[in-house]
Write a protein of this length. Sequence first.
Length: 392
Amino acid sequence: MMGLRKLTYTDETGVLCLPAWPVFDNGELEAVRRVIESRNWWRMTGSEVSSFEAEFAAYQNVRFAIGVTNGTHAIELALRCLDLGADDEVIVPSFTFMSTGCAVAAVGAKVVFADVDDETYCLDAGSLESAISSRTKAIIPVHMAGHSCDMDKILALARAKDIHVLEDCAHAHGAEYRGRRLGSLGYAGIFSFQNGKLMTAGEGGALVTCRDDVAKRTLVLHNCGRKFDDEDYLHELCGTNNRLSELQAAVLRVQLSRLDRQMEVRENNAKLLDGLLSEIPGIKPQARREYVTRHGHYMYMFRYSTRAFSDLSRRDFIDYLRRAGIPAFRGFRPLHLMPAFEGLAKGISLRRTDLKVSELIGESAVWIHHRALLGTEEDMCAIAQVIKKLQG
Ligand SMILES: *Cc1c(COP(=O)(O)O)cnc(C)c1O
């Protein structure tokens, strides 16, 4: 392998120059200009949000997509369609972003934590089964880093007990399970367009569904409980304002048009990196199951054995990668160990199962942001080389 010094994609100091994120070009600039000049900056008078919704629904292969303020609100809206009470339970993996659990608490239901698989980091079907009770109303599988959960197993368990499945696709734009787009398998799916996600307008989210009733209810709820064509200030429900702006939607339309190309680059680079890192003793990349027909690659995740790296702490491991120009992170802490969910949990109702794997992954995973996967094949070799060098 080549020495870092000789490579053109590093700067003078030998630091890797990986692609910046967010990606944009004239398309975004022109889209924003178009909206500004139209003077229709909100969805009620413009057409950008509704055009984006139609395009995103077609892309995700669902009947409806509703643009909303963010992914967190999209989960809350989806759960509000279920009319949950204080005794109703919603199962979430402990290893996820805080919003997945918080949204359940926000709608006043009981949070139940289940564990994840130690190779895919996605909701474990066995743990899920043991977490189900007669009170379980919904399950929120999280497609971790864009790798689909084991949906046949999860859907079968849900169907047998009449439980609703809401897919958290915050990492999974364009990703698929056995040829089917994620978000189209449960009663609803949610997406995030926050700054770090696979397509972005800084903030933003979407709820997707094939169900008329869920789409209708969400449209009313996200618009302060008011029907779209209402001109009489007649509010049917106590909703809130979760509307996406025209400026965000205009940007997202351009971001969406670029996604397929970027997914192809990430897929090739992730496969290359899988091969390179698997050759380094003590490195174990997130596994990929055969049912993942399209991976989102929101993060490149792996675990390392401290023993194979002279007891190097994760903090030092990550600091080293960052100094080499690699956007590495420690990532999620398991939800059940959050102060917000600990002890008396300040009025939040929760229940937990055995969550050893979530704890293990929360302590040991290393994440590389997906912008690194938009680099060249040489960049992937250089990333592997940096990690190899850590071994001495
Ligand atoms: C980012 C994220 C969310 C929330 O999305 P926001 O748009 O930031 O509110 C929900 N779930 C997961 C798994 C996420 O990573």
